[in-house]
Design a protein around this ligand. Structure first.
Ligand code: OGA
Ligand code: MN
Length: 272
């Protein structure tokens, strides 16, 4: 099979064809894919038929896997997280976020497989936090580089939607953390905006009256259409994204329709 990588927008995204993730990739094919991921930040593959074990094993080549403190997981393969509208209210993902940025060492990236997709709706959008950074005025880039922000698991997991004991334990085990507002991507050296609607609660040493509008301005800026790509899912699609250089938003516009996604999450570095 020959791998082809077709970019989707100038800033972000590519469709990869000629790859079967159920088979172990050659080192060369894997390196090509990993390089495309750094460059395009989110990759989409159609028509993948994967068991949970194959899904996990592919993701594990990108790095050690994380087990989420709140979301349900597969009984057989705990590294496979279940995003199933029959198990949870998934409106939590309908806001821009980089996964698990409430960890001291947030995620490197994720591999998401669509199992059941509503007849219409449920698209997911990704934004390039690197392209968005590049488009900021230099004076603002320099100022933002002096700031740090707090990230808190409690912000995205409200008490009324999850089991109280699970939530209490997750909050106890994951106290708020501080990350730089602008981080440098460890592999590409690109600078990226690393605050998100999903988990960022404030800016260190700044009153909310100033921090909140500054954060809101950054969220509005980096989700401009020029920095984003929108994916319309079919069952069997896989998205692989870099959580260090992107944020994503899972649209919730499909009412009571059933939607099931499986995610493997790769652990990453402490942002600097
Ligand atoms: C995720 C998420 C995306 C989706 O898997 O990290 O935010 O499309 N959901 O369900
Ligand atoms: Mn997510």
């Amino acid at each position: 099979m020959t791998m082809t990588i077709e970019p989707l927008t100038p800033a972000i995204g590519a469709i990869v064809s000629g790859v079967d993730l159920a088979q172990p990739l050659t080192d060369e094919a894997f390196a090509t894919l990993a390089e495309a991921l750094l460059d395009r930040q989110v990759l989409f593959l159609r028509d993948q038929v994967l068991t949970e074990v194959q899904h996990r094993d592919f993701a594990a080549r990108l790095g050690p896997l994380h087990i989420h403190p709140i979301y349900p997981r597969s009984a057989d393969v705990p590294e496979i997280m279940l995003l199933d509208t029959a198990l949870n209210d998934l409106r939590d993902n309908a806001l821009w976020h980089s996964d698990v940025s409430f960890l001291e060492r947030p995620s490197l990236g994720a591999v998401l497989l669509a199992r059941t997709i509503p007849p219409l709706g449920g698209d997911t959008l990704w934004a390039s936090a690197a392209a968005a950074y590049d488009a900021l005025p230099a004076t603002l880039q320099a100022y933002l580089a002096t700031l740090s922000a707090t990230h808190d698991i409690a912000k995205s997991f409200p008490a009324d939607r999850f089991d109280a004991d699970t939530l209490a334990a997750a909050k106890r085990n994951n106290p708020p953390v501080v990350h730089p507002v602008i981080r440098t991507h460890p592999a590409t050296g690109r600078k990226v905006i690393f605050v998100s609607e999903g988990f960022t609660t404030g800016i260190v040493g700044m009153e909310p009256t100033m921090a909140d509008p500054l954060l809101a301005m950054l969220y509005t800026h980096f989700t401009r259409p020029e920095f984003t790509v929108r994916w319309k899912w079919r069952a069997g699609d896989v998205a692989i994204w870099d959580n260090r250089s992107t944020q994503h938003y899972a649209t919730y516009d499909y009412g009571a329709a059933h939607r099931v996604m499986n995610r493997a999450t790769i652990m990453g570095d402490r942002p600097v």
